[in-house]
Design a protein around this ligand. Sequence first.
Ligand code: SF4
Ligand code: SF4
Length: 101
Amino acid sequence: MASDITRLGVDVKWQDLTLGCTIVGRGTSESFNTGEWRTDTPLFILEKCKQCLLCAPACPDSAIPVANGKRGEFDLDHCKGCGICEKACPFDAIKMLKGER
Ligand code: SF4
Ligand code: SF4
């Protein structure tokens, strides 16, 4: 059984899974690309964005990076496609596209 969380992934053999698939490490969320099982995909429409930053804290996966007071492109490695950001944006600068892209 693996206790090193960095050894776990989609190619791991069942013998190396942790008991009950528990996460035994900590501070591991960045190393897991949860966006691999994304359902739909958000599209960022830069021209419509007013940089109000309402979308960033609404994202449950912290998949909207903010730097120097501005939001960046979606972090699709961690976005799961829930669509909350689209609802949070008052300027229609986010559009959810069907399926994984
Ligand atoms: S679709 Fe959901 S997970 Fe992806 S960026 Fe928007 S709020 Fe975050
Ligand atoms: S909520 Fe919309 S307008 Fe505001 S920063 Fe996010 S994408 Fe831009």
